[in-house]
Ligand binder design. Structure first.
Ligand code: NDP
Length: 288
C-alpha cells in the first residue's frame, strides 16, 4: 500500500482528471479505457497504457474505477475476473446503495476488496484537498490506501457498510436536484413576468442562504420526535403552497412541481396533523 502506483480504469472526464492528479503527484499510473484514444494525452504525460483489462488489474493492487455505472464495471471486469484476486477496487462510479453492497459481495467472491466512493465534485474539483468524496467499506482497507485516495480529493469515511457512501451520495443528489428544480421553477415564473434571471439572482440566493438556519433548527427536533406546530403549522403550509400553485398557473407556468408539494402537505393534513409542523410529513414519506 506504500507503493506510489495505481491503476485507473475508465477515462471519461472524471477518470482523465484522476489520472492527471496521480501523475502530478508523482504516481506511477497504469490506465485502460474501452475507447483507447482517450488514453493518448495521458500516455504523453507519462501514464502507462495497459494492453487489456487483465494487464491493468495485474499492474497494481490499487485499482480506481471511474465508469458510467456498476453495469459498466461488470461488463469490463467479469471477463477478467480471474485477475481480481488481491486487488483493491476503489469504485468511484455512481450507483445505488444496493448495487454497491452487491458489488462488494461480488468482489469478495473473486478475492478482491471493494471500497465504494461517491465523488462530490466535477472533474475540475479533482486534485483539490478541499473537495470531498464519501467512502465506505472495510476500514483497514480504506486506511491502508487513504494517502493515495487523498491525491484525488479530501476523504469522508462513512463506515464499513459498502452501501453507505452511495447512500450519502444519493441523499445529496436528492436535495440537489429538488432544490435546483425549485430554483428553475421560480425562474420560469419570474421569466413569465418579465423578470430576468439576473434580477432574480440576489433574491434566489437569499432564499437558498436562509435554508441552513432552518435545517439547524429542525434537525434536533426531528431527532427528538418533536413536530410541534409552535413555529409552523401544516395547515398553513397547505394554504401557502396553494398560493404558489395558483401564482404559477396565473403566470402560464406548469404547476406540476408545486402541486406535487401541495399533495404531500395535503396528505399530512388528511392524516390529522394540520396543527403540527411540516416536519410531521416525515411520516407521510415513511408511509410511502
Ligand atoms: P463518463 O460516462 O463520461 O465516463 C464513463 C467511462 O465509462 C468511460 O471511460 C467509458 O468508456 C466507460 N464505459 C461506460 N460504459 C462502458 C462499458 N459498457 N464498457 C466499458 N466501458 C464503459 O463519466 P464521467 O467520467 O463523467 O464520470 C464517471 C463516474 O463519476 C460516473 O459514475 C459519474 O456519475 C461519476 N461522477 C461524475 C461527475 C462529473 O461531473 N462528471 C461528478 C461526480 C461523480 P468509453 O470512453 O469507451 O465510452
Amino acid at each position: 500500500a506504500d507503493k506510489r502506483a495505481v491503476t485507473v480504469i475508465g477515462l471519461g472526464p472524471m477518470g482523465q482528471a484522476m489520472t492527471g492528479a496521480y501523475l502530478d503527484a508523482g504516481y506511477e499510473v497504469t490506465v485502460w479505457n474501452r475507447t483507447a484514444a482517450k488514453a493518448d494525452a495521458l500516455a504523453a504525460r507519462g501514464a502507462r497504457r495497459a494492453a487489456g483489462v487483465e494487464e491493468a488489474l495485474a499492474a497494481n493492487e490499487l485499482v480506481v474505477l471511474s465508469l458510467t455505472d456498476y453495469d459498466a464495471m461488470y461488463a469490463l471486469l467479469e471477463p477478467a475476473a480471474g485477475s481480481l484476486a488481491g486487488r483493491v477496487l476503489v469504485n468511484l462510479s455512481s450507483d445505488t446503495p444496493e448495487r454497491a453492497r452487491e458489488a462488494a459481495a461480488w468482489a469478495a467472491g473473486h478475492g478482491a476488496e471493494h471500497l465504494t466512493g461517491g465523488v462530490q465534485v466535477p472533474p475540475s474539483g479533482i486534485g483539490k484537498p478541499e473537495s470531498s468524496t464519501f467512502y465506505s467499506g472495510p476500514k483497514e482497507v480504506f486506511e491502508a490506501h487513504e494517502v493515495a485516495l487523498k491525491v484525488l480529493t479530501g476523504v469522508d469515511y462513512r463506515g464499513t457498510d459498502p452501501g453507505r457512501a452511495a447512500l450519502f451520495y444519493q441523499i445529496q443528489m436528492d436535495m440537489f436536484w429538488t432544490a435546483m428544480l425549485s430554483y428553475l421553477h421560480a425562474t420560469a415564473i419570474t421569466a413569465a413576468n418579465g423578470i430576468t434571471a439576473q434580477e432574480f439572482l440576489p433574491y434566489a440566493q437569499s432564499t437558498m442562504a436562509s435554508i441552513p438556519g432552518f435545517l439547524a433548527f429542525y434537525a434536533p427536533r426531528i431527532d427528538a420526535g418533536r413536530h410541534d406546530g409552535d413555529v409552523d403549522k401544516l395547515s398553513m403550509g397547505v394554504a401557502s403552497v396553494d398560493h404558489v400553485v395558483h401564482t404559477a398557473e396565473g403566470s402560464g407556468v406548469d404547476a406540476a412541481l408545486p402541486a406535487a408539494v401541495r399533495e404531500v402537505f395535503r396528505r399530512g393534513v388528511e392524516r390529522g396533523h394540520g396543527d403540527d409542523s411540516f416536519t410531521r410529513l416525515l411520516e407521510v414519506f415513511k408511509a410511502g
